[in-house]
Write a protein that binds this ligand. Structure first.
Ligand code: FDA
Length: 497
């Protein structure tokens, strides 16, 4: 409430924020978390907390009146539909030349993502976070993050026989026939639960198309892991539907934080002002970057340096589909949780996850989300006229990502005698080059902050989320975001408190 004072205020409840809250609380610090999205702890009229990917309702999108599905066409027909405006779970944020998908709610991206929990290969780490000691990360913080997140691997024997991974076995076969390594990818989904779904002994979730708009059962989102542990300390409280708009130094130390309370149609219903000794920016790469460029440009945090807003990348994301022959069906039933990838990082700069197309019908399509070494980086800036932060990414900057993904799929198509699908992202459009699921950067470690996330110029302010990572992790990012947050908060607790 207005006038309150907290020792530590955390902006956002995704990976970085959840790690910070848990470890601070364990060190005896009272933490208050501010989250602009909903709590996602109460079932709707259908008895479910989250809606299904195949029948999106108001719970699906953040303040949109029409859905904005990443795969927006099916068999050449647009599939988006009208929905009531509501503080839904998935934000399809249009930032100039790119749509940045992000989770909104207590748990951040963990509410909507595929749960693929990948530690980068050791030999690639130096390019991911050049100023960080790799030994420490691989000996201490990656293992700590994997344990905290509940990461596990699909049982390979079960994978080899079960209907719902037919699509992934076809992906493996095609990869291997073209001499690409196919690797199993760990996930935070409860694999025993998925086995029960397949056996018909548990309520279906991954096997019922649930993913993009939340998962009602088997996925171990942050609500079930870090945030549950944080709440259990009794020292962490969370305010959902509250959005931080300003952070500014208070005379005599600490910070004044202005917070807008939202209703479920996105209107501001109250404005609150609190003070905090320390503020942790964990609003995600885009959320943190937007806040910081605004606070610097408007003079609220005048001492931030010129690295603020820079070094933003899309993790090289690009999507495509391939049309298989009739003897290579990918299956009517597809688990929404991917569990395998094609590794051509060293030779071609691409790591492609074999992704499901859980439509409920046979499509004979193989679908892939590639993470590539796209070198392009964009920058956030403050537009005083519109009062908004802008990102200068251009759609054409995806071309290197497409070229890298083609090092895998051109070869597979040529070997298999197959072609790309051109009906998934429009009519006659092969590449899904309009979006990213993996925004990274904007307040880069050791540039906008010191080597542990302390913002330069304002003691007591920290960045602890994906904004720290300079644009690419070579694999799916949340394990690295979590491990880096574990590393940084340990140092901050030891030396700053
Ligand atoms: P994160 O975005 O998780 O959390 C930030 C939180 O801050 C959000 O809850 C937001 O609402 C809140 N916030 C923002 N501004 C605020 C403000 N001003 N005031 C208050 N709150 C504010 N990664 C991976 O490793 N494996 C995978 O399988 C996938 N799959 C995937 C699928 C889809 C559809 C998406 C959208 C994303 C993924 N990801 C993924 C990416 C992954 O989810 C992402 O990298 C992390 O969630 C980022 O973690 P952060 O802690 O940086 O922020």
């Amino acid at each position: 409430d207005t006038g309150a004072h907290v020792p530590a205020l955390v902006i956002g409840t995704g990976y970085g924020g959840s790690v910070a809250a848990l470890r601070l609380a364990q060190a005896g610090v009272d933490v208050h978390m501010i989250e602009m999205g909903m709590a996602w702890d109460t079932p709707g009229p259908d008895g479910k907390i989250f809606c299904n990917t195949l029948s999106p309702d108001q719970r699906s999108y953040w303040l949109r009146t029409r859905t904005k599905a990443p795969l927006n066409y099916f068999l050449g027909f647009p599939i988006d539909r009208d929905i009531p405006k509501y503080t839904g779970i998935l934000d399809a944020e249009e930032m100039g030349g790119i749509i940045v998908y992000q989770g909104r709610g207590v748990g951040g991206g963990s509410l909507v993502n595929g749960g693929m929990a990948v530690t980068p290969k050791r030999e690639n780490f130096g390019a991911v976070l050049p100023s960080v000691n790799a030994d420490e990360m691989y000996n201490v913080y990656y293992p700590r993050a994997n344990a905290g997140l509940g990461v596990g691997l699909v049982d390979p024997d079960w994978f080899n026989t079960v209907d719902c991974y037919q699509f992934a076995r076809v992906g493996r076969k095609h990869a291997q026939r073209s001499n690409f390594p196919f690797v199993f990818v760990p996930d935070v989904y409860d694999w025993d639960y998925m086995k029960q779904e397949a056996a018909g002994t548990a309520t279906k979730s991954a096997l019922d198309g649930e993913i993009l708009y939340g998962n009602n059962h088997g996925k171990k989102s942050l609500q079930k892991t870090y945030l549950a542990a944080a709440k259990a300390t009794g020292k962490v409280s969370i305010s959902p539907l509250h959005k931080v708009t300003t952070v500014t130094p208070t005379t005599g130390g600490g910070y004044t934080v202005v917070i807008e309370q939202l209703n479920t149609t996105g209107d501001t219903i109250a404005t609150k002002t609190v003070t905090a000794d320390r503020v942790f920016f964990a609003a995600g790469s885009v959320g943190t970057s937007k806040l910081l460029v605004k606070l610097k440009a408007t003079g609220a945090l005048p001492n931030l340096n010129n690295e603020i807003g820079k070094g933003w990348g899309d993790n090289g994301n690009v999507m495509c589909g391939r049309a298989n022959h009739l003897w290579d069906p990918t299956g009517k039933l597809q688990a929404t949780i991917p569990c395998g990838g094609i590794d051509n990082w060293a030779a071609g700069g691409a790591f492609a996850e074999v992704a499901p197309l859980p439509t409920g019908i046979e499509t004979y399509a193989s679908f892939y989300l590639s993470i590539t070494k796209n070198p392009n980086r964009a920058e956030f800036s403050w537009n005083a006229a519109t009062g908004k932060a802008e990102l200068n990414w251009q759609t054409a900057w995806k071309q290197p990502a497409i070229d890298m993904a083609k090092t895998i799929f051109d070869k597979i198509n040529s070997k298999e005698g197959t072609i790309y699908r051109s009906d998934l992202f429009g009519t006659n459009k092969i590449w899904g080059d309009h979006l990213t699921y993996h925004p990274l950067g904007g307040a880069v470690l050791n540039k906008a902050t010191d080597n542990y996330g302390r913002l330069h110029g304002h003691p007591g302010l920290y960045v602890i989320d994906g904004a720290l990572i300079p644009g690419n992790t070579s694999v799916n990012p949340f394990v690295t975001i979590t491990a880096l947050a574990e590393r940084n908060i340990e140092k901050i607790i030891a030396t700053d408190l």
